[in-house]
Design a protein around this ligand. Structure first.
Ligand SMILES: Cc1cc2nc3c(=O)[nH]c(=O)nc-3n(C[C@H](O)[C@H](O)[C@H](O)COP(=O)(O)OP(=O)(O)OC[C@H]3O[C@@H](n4cnc5c(N)ncnc54)[C@H](O)[C@@H]3O)c2cc1C
Length: 597
């Protein structure tokens, strides 16, 4: 299958039956987000993704971006696609209504964003980064910046970037060196270099608004001395229109393994004396502001894992139905489509079940993010925020690692042709590979999970969630339906392993942090698999109920149940092994001295 077809049925099932659309539209301001509205939005987004963005995916990969003396040209068709995207209003669905956005819930924006990522990951990054920059300005202001910049960023007339990374400051942003010197008129002069800046320069729009982390002269060392600035590519005239060029330049773009149509820029600030920048919020609180926005950004990148996995699955499934090879075990035809071979079916089901589990977990997290931001009850907002904080590193880390695994399996399903670029399977793996790195590597997500999100709170949020899973396990484990019973039992075993690992982490972190750090990625995966299995178990339970009541599409519902059973039998058994590796494996890591490596 060459072009992407949005998996609207699965998206609708997850939104309507699994993650609580009926609750999100009780939140203030979202009463109109009804099932009909959701259906119409998914349908329209699916058309743009499949008909406009998807056909540019392979050509964008082949052509890549070109740099010439500071000017970046994106591949043919991308600029036009960008205008189709913003003119149809897709760029502003999450943005505040006060500045021209639609202010829709994350829960609805999430499947839409998944579609852009599946259709064309390189394209999707520009709106994603713009959204991050909009949120930064919106949250922390001041009003003067909001009014000057937000309307044009929200309409898509200008785009935004996030400039954090420097050659010596990647995962560790306390090492940021870019300098900001007060000009005396309220503005600052920025000097320094940023690297790896996604869409730092491009030809889509007349202006680019950079959000830049820098240190004000005399600021304290480390994370407490970093401030956030708006630095526009073109300064604005008094009437708000684009004026003179600011002292910021794209000095080169990177040659990369994937996402070739997304320019990754090296940015020089202040080669001619200093780029004019404006402080966002208070001085020295820049990193704290970045962390406020990090949840949404990491959820977006986690979703990229789901998106690429979906696309890779669709391509592999299409191929497996057309490619004829060999006699399937137990079959009586001489040559059959490879989809009929049990081992190929196993690979496809692995791809499908992991994708559906990761999707459900990401959508559920976005629904909780909405509750954390909008619920009328403060206690519920706090509870939801703690849950989102806990879930985000899992969604980011687990889903992106899954995206790579699924894209790699997609190549395997294609055989030798998967390794040959023309089938498109290889591009998915190359594109997916960055998702476990940017916006915080899997190792950084795992550190965050076991430290801030578990040890500091004694594992309370995690244990509360695992107690909820126990209830599903108890119910399904005693079911008379053999599919549900098997799913319930496997979920129960995985849940016990997850609980052991969480309790061990909370107990051990204070005395032996190295051992916990050595196994933190296993703990992240263990929680991902368990929570993903829980999502699929609940899907199976809902599907079985709908089937019994004669509702819905029987083939789709049966597939939901069997996909959950497959995940329970093939993926959930990894949980005990991951717990053992996490709990017992730290010593061997710590015993090996650096010189022995
Ligand atoms: C294509 C692309 C686009 C990007 N877009 C942007 C962008 O728009 N804006 C931006 O600011 N940046 C961007 N980045 C930068 C990206 O966020 C960083 O590359 C990423 O955060 C990792 O930092 P690093 O490359 O310096 O790796 P390092 O920090 O050097 O990490 C190397 C390895 O060490 C591990 N490690 C490091 N510290 C720890 C620790 N404390 N505990 C355990 N393990 C650790 C990491 O997990 C990793 O495996 C982009 C990068 C790329 C390649």
């Amino acid at each position: 299958m060459a072009e992407y077809v949005a998996p609207i049925k699965d998206m609708q099932f997850v939104l309507k039956h699994l993650v609580g659309l009926d609750q999100v539209n009780t939140l203030p301001g979202w009463e109109d987000v009804t099932e009909d509205v959701v259906d119409a939005i998914l349908e329209e987004a699916g058309k743009l993704a499949g008909e406009v963005l998807s056909p540019l995916n392979a050509t964008g990969d082949r052509q890549g971006c070109k740099w010439n003396d500071g000017v970046v040209t994106t591949p043919k068709g991308f600029k036009d696609a960008y205008f189709q995207y913003v003119n149809a209003g897709w760029g502003n669905i999450l943005s505040p209504t006060r500045y021209g956005g639609q202010g829709l819930p994350h829960m609805l924006a999430t499947p839409v964003e998944e579609m852009w990522g599946s259709a064309n990951l390189a394209f999707k990054l520009c709106p994603m980064l713009t959204q991050g920059a909009i949120e930064a300005i919106e949250y922390v202001g001041p009003d003067s910046l909001r009014e000057k910049y937000l309307p044009n960023m929200i309409s898509g007339k200008w785009t935004g970037t996030m400039n954090l990374t420097e050659p010596q400051a990647g995962s560790d942003l306390s090492l940021v060196r870019t300098k900001a010197t007060p000009q005396g008129d309220g503005a600052y002069r920025l000097t320094g270099q940023k690297i790896f800046i996604t869409y730092g320069e491009h030809d889509y729009t007349e202006n680019i608004i950079h959000l830049v982390l820098a240190r004000i002269d005399g600021a304290p060392e480390g994370v407490k001395g970093i401030s956030l600035f708006v630095v526009p590519k073109f300064l604005l005239k008094a009437d708000g229109t684009v004026g003179e060029r600011n002292d910021v330049k794209c000095v080169s773009i990177e040659h990369k393994m994937g996402i070739h149509a997304s320019p990754t820029a090296v940015m020089a600030y202040g080669e001619k004396g200093g780029a004019t920048g404006y402080l966002v919020g208070e001085a020295n609180r820049g990193l704290e502001y970045m962390f406020i926005m990090m949840n949404a950004a990491r959820l977006s990148v986690g979703l990229e894992g789901v998106a690429v996995a979906e696309r890779a699955y669709q391509r592999a499934l299409g191929w497996s139905r057309e490619r004829l090879q060999g006699r399937p075990a137990g079959g009586n035809v001489k040559t059959a489509p490879i989809v009929q071979h049990p081992d190929v079916k196993r690979m496809l089901l692995t791809m499908k079940s992991i994708t559906e589990a990761s999707r459900a977990l990401a959508y559920w997290t976005s629904a909780i993010l909405d509750r954390a931001r909008k619920h009328s009850d403060e206690a519920e907002r706090k509870r939801s925020q703690a849950l989102v904080d806990f879930l985000i590193p899992i969604v980011k880390g687990w889903s992106t690692e899954n995206g790579i695994d699924v894209a790699s399996l997609g190549i395997q399903v294609h055989g030798g042709m998967g390794f040959i670029e023309e089938t498109g399977a290889a591009q998915h793996l190359r594109d997916a590979r960055i998702t476990t790195i940017y916006e915080g590597t899997t190792g950084i997500q795992a550190n965050d999970l076991v430290g801030r999100k578990m040890e500091r709170v004694g594992g309370r949020t995690a244990l509360g969630l695992l107690a909820e899973i126990d209830q599903v396990f108890a119910k399904l484990g005693n079911s008379g339906d053999l599919n549900l019973k098997g799913i319930g039992v496997a979920l129960g075993t995985a849940n016990t392993s997850a609980r052991d690992a969480v309790q061990w982490t909370a107990k051990t972190f204070g005395t032996n942090p190295g051992a916990v750090a050595a196994g933190s990625t296993y703990i992240l995966k263990l929680l991902g698999i368990t929570l993903g299995g829980w999502m699929l178990a609940r899907s199976a339970e809902i599907a079985a109920r709908q089937l019994a009541e004669g509702q819905g599409d029987a083939a789709f519902l049966k597939s939901k149940i069997l996909t959950a059973r497959f995940f329970a039998e093939h993926l959930l058994p990894q949980a005990p092994a991951l717990a053992i590796a996490a709990i017992q494996g730290g010593d061997s890591v710590l015993a090996v001295e650096e010189a022995m490596l």
